[in-house]
Design a protein around this ligand. Structure first.
Ligand code: SME
Length: 155
């Protein structure tokens, strides 16, 4: 069991290490943030087969849906609302092993069971969040958090 876990986590680390290099190459040659968000969402989503992977940008005091991969999602999220609005308000990554246990979670899809939301911070202010949803419970851990925080620094 411990060995299986080790192998599984090793696989995740290796996938993120390779993914990071690919994202670095793609975003390093493009200056447009939306274009980069679109490719980053696609690359993360298809590397891991998540349920939903995308961005919400802070526009006029609201989170507005940006580039994403996966099914239809809510277009706007208010400050402090749901997992995304909380990541914005607290300026910290939210790792949610079971979305039903998160007070105020916004269910864009009943298929989503766990979630991670990483804020993108420029000059001390949150400008966007990266939101990833999984169909499985407790998909995200410290490894995801560490790599995804590193990935959003490239945007
Ligand atoms: N669950 C999120 C809303 C966005 S969707 O998951 C794409 C939240 O609670 O903020």
């Amino acid at each position: 069991m411990a060995e299986e876990l080790h192998i599984a986590q090793g696989g995740k680390e290796e996938k993120y290490a390779l993914l990071y290099k690919q994202i670095e190459a793609v975003t390093g040659s493009e200056s447009d943030t939306i274009a980069n968000m679109a490719n980053v969402a696609a690359m993360i989503h298809h590397t891991f087969g998540f349920w939903w992977t995308g961005f919400y940008r802070v526009i006029d005091g609201t989170l507005v849906l940006g580039p994403f991969q996966g099914p239809l999602a809510c277009s706007r999220i208010a400050y402090g609302r749901g997992v995304c609005g909380t990541a914005w308000k607290e300026s910290t990554t939210q790792v949610v092993p079971d979305v039903e246990q998160f007070p105020g979670h916004i269910a864009c899809s009943s298929a989503s069971k766990s979630e991670i939301v990483v804020p993108i911070i420029k000059n001390g202010a949150v400008t966007a969040v990266l939101d990833i949803d999984s169909e499985h419970l407790a998909t995200f851990d410290g490894t995801d958090r560490q790599w995804l925080e590193k990935i959003v620094e490239l945007l």
